[in-house]
Each structure stands twice: as structure tokens, then as C-alpha cells.
Design a protein around this ligand. Structure first.
Ligand code: AHG
Ligand code: MN
Ligand code: MN
Ligand code: MN
Length: 332
């Protein structure tokens, strides 16, 4: 199919009717601003060393991580790209301790992981941007951190852009999942799949196996059974894939099914997990549920968790429904 047979992102937003209702103009404006910025970011990412983009920035963020130059560049680009958006009330990012109020008159809240997969930047492996949109409950009150502390069920949109061999975006407005690929010559995102679904069964799982000795028993049992395949408790053999960019691992799950796990482990017993609820787990869980999959922390659906901190961590296991049901059963 040539590019001319695919509708672009603007056309999609103008024609989409999630749950029978047109996408509000303010949300269209905000999503367009995010996506246009990701198109620019995709171009920057591809230049790498040629524009001095690789390596550490030598600074730390609120997560206790060393920031890569691209973490900061992506964060700044996104802020610049959306701050003029009239429908936006404020934004929050993995890279910033506090939310940033925006001079808009609207009530949308944007949360993002500007650059997911920091450890893959310098080795030219897929990385991405993850975003989530909420609505401020009290539109007239001054912006507070607590405005963002809404469960994943409150999201009105979520998506990611993966900068890989192709730059591809997945988006949900709460009525299924659609995918777009960036035409790098025109800077336009073009619709390539209007109904993304995750198969209920799978033979593939993704987890950082080097942490096995630290896992809780239910996770160890699940993975040991996958490894044993038909010689153990399962009726099929499994394959393993681990990219170490959540955005790319989840993209594989949305594309061909599978299970992605970053579970709690004993290295940091008092932290609920490694991944961030607001910038990573909630938007990905919204996408996965909307594509017919499931997402859990072991005992609860991630989308149902009530956040108490902007930078809260969570244990994440998501993907094909049959496997997530089994993992939840092992935790019960
Ligand atoms: P980020 O680059 O936004 O800090 O996130 C990194 C996360 C996630 O993308 C990935 O699944 C995980 O960290 C990789 O962890 P390991 O270092 O254990 O592979
Ligand atoms: Mn980080
Ligand atoms: Mn991340
Ligand atoms: Mn990040």
C-alpha cells in the first residue's frame, strides 16, 4: 500500500467517534501537539552522535536515575511542543519532580515518559515516548500535584511512539487501539491499523531474567513453568524476548501477543516495583486493555490502582489475557 491510501493523524482525529462521540477539539489540539513533537523527536533521535545526542547528561532525576542527554532533550521538546496548547492545564513528567502549570484555559492534564529505554539510546536499539491524558476534576482551582493522582480508568487518551526501524505510534481514546507509522519524508503519521488486538493466548514472554533470584514465588513459578514448557506443567513451549525498553517490548505484545513483566523484586523490598505508574504502567495498561489484553500488579488490575504519589512505582505484568489470568491466579 502506498502512503496515499492511509489517512493521516489529523484526518483520523477529525473522523474518529470513540463511543459514538466526536473527539473534543481541545483533545485533538493537545494530541496533535504531542504527536508533532514526537515527529520532530524521531528526526533528532535518528541523528544520534551527529548532533551530540548520545551519552549521559551527568545529572540525576527525581527517580534517582542518571539522566541521559536525550532524556532531557526529549523532556524539553515535549514541554515546548505543548505549552502553547489552550486546552492544557498542566503537565507532569518522569524527569521532573513537580508538575508544570500551563497557561491554557482548558482542563486537560498531560503526563509523559519523554524517553523510555534510556539504556538503549547509545546502542541504537528502539526507544520511545509514552503519554497519558487525564481531565482535571476541578477546572477552576489552581493546579496541584493531587490533580494528577487519578486512577488509570480516568485516562481519556494514552499512547506511545516507538523510535525503531520505523517510527510507530499506538493510541487509544478509550474505544480500541489504532496504530500509525511516521512518513519520515513528510513528517506525517499515517494510519496503518484501525483495530489492534492482542491474541488471548501466546507462547512468548519478556522479562529481565537476570533478576530471577530476586523475584517473588508466584513470578518465579510462572517463568519456571514457561521455561520447562511441555516437559513441565504447560502444554506448549515458550520463547523469550527482552528489549529493555518497555515501549518496544509492549509494542511487540500489541503487535503479535505475548507477556511483558517487570515485577516487584527483593532488591528494593519497600518499593512496589521499578516502573512508574503514571508515566509507564497506566498508559500501557489502557492500551493493552483496549486491545483485549490485561494488565496487573499480581493482585489488582493496574488501571484500578489509586495513585498516592506522582512518581509512584508499580509491579507490572501485562499482555495476552490467558497468561495474565494465570499469573494472577498464582498470586491469589
Ligand atoms: P526509562 O528509560 O524511562 O527510565 O525506563 C526504563 C525501564 C523500561 O523501559 C524497561 O522495561 C526497564 O527500565 C529496563 O530495565 P532493566 O535495566 O532491568 O533491563
Ligand atoms: Mn528514566
Ligand atoms: Mn520509561
Ligand atoms: Mn524515561
Amino acid at each position: 500500500m502506498s502512503s496515499s491510501t492511509h489517512i493521516n493523524f489529523k484526518q483520523y482525529l477529525a473522523s474518529a467517534k470513540p463511543a459514538g462521540v466526536a473527539v473534543p477539539a481541545g483533545l485533538q489540539d493537545l494530541l496533535t501537539a504531542v504527536v508533532n513533537t514526537c515527529s520532530i523527536l524521531s528526526h533528532e533521535v535518528a541523528q544520534g552522535a551527529l548532533i551530540g545526542l548520545l551519552g549521559s547528561a551527568g545529572t540525576g532525576n527525581v527517580q534517582g536515575e542518571v539522566q541521559q542527554k536525550l532524556d532531557i532533550i526529549a523532556n524539553d521538546l515535549l514541554i515546548d511542543g505543548v505549552k502553547g496548547c489552550k486546552s492544557l492545564a498542566g503537565l507532569a513528567s518522569e524527569e521532573m519532580e513537580l508538575p508544570v502549570p500551563v497557561q491554557g484555559t482548558g482542563d486537560y492534564l498531560l503526563l509523559f515518559d519523554p524517553l523510555d529505554g534510556s539504556s538503549n539510546i547509545d546502542v541504537n536499539v528502539s526507544i520511545g515516548t509514552i503519554f497519558s491524558v487525564l481531565k482535571k476534576q476541578d477546572p477552576n482551582a489552581p493546579l496541584q500535584t493531587s490533580d494528577f493522582l487519578l486512577s488509570g480508568r480516568h485516562q481519556v487518551a494514552a499512547g506511545y511512539v516507538v523510535y525503531g526501524p520505523q517510527t510507530t505510534m499506538a493510541l487509544t481514546l478509550g474505544d480500541g487501539v489504532v496504530m500509525f507509522t511516521l512518513n519520515k519524508l513528510t513528517g506525517e503519521f499515517l494510519l496503518i491499523n484501525d483495530s489492534v488486538t492482542i491474541s488471548h493466548s501466546t507462547k512468548e514472554f519478556a522479562i529481565n531474567m537476570s533478576n530471577m533470584r530476586h523475584w517473588a514465588d508466584p513470578v518465579r513459578r510462572y517463568v519456571e513453568e514457561c521455561l520447562a514448557g511441555v516437559s513441565g506443567a504447560r502444554d506448549k513451549d515458550f520463547n523469550m524476548r527482552w528489549i529493555a525498553s518497555m515501549v518496544a517490548d509492549v509494542h511487540r505484545v500489541l503487535s503479535r501477543g505475548g507477556v511483558f513483566m517487570y515485577p516487584w523484586d527483593q532488591r528494593e523490598p519497600h518499593k512496589p516495583g521499578k516502573l512508574r505508574l503514571m508515566y509507564e504502567a497506566n498508559p500501557m495498561s489502557f492500551l493493552v486493555e483496549q486491545a483485549g489484553g490485561a494488565s496487573t500488579n499480581g493482585t489488582d488490575l493496574i488501571m484500578d490502582l489509586q495513585p498516592t504519589d506522582l512518581h509512584e512505582r508499580v509491579s507490572v505484568m501485562l499482555g495476552s489475557k490467558e497468561e495474565i489470568d494465570r499469573i494472577q491466579h498464582y498470586h491469589s
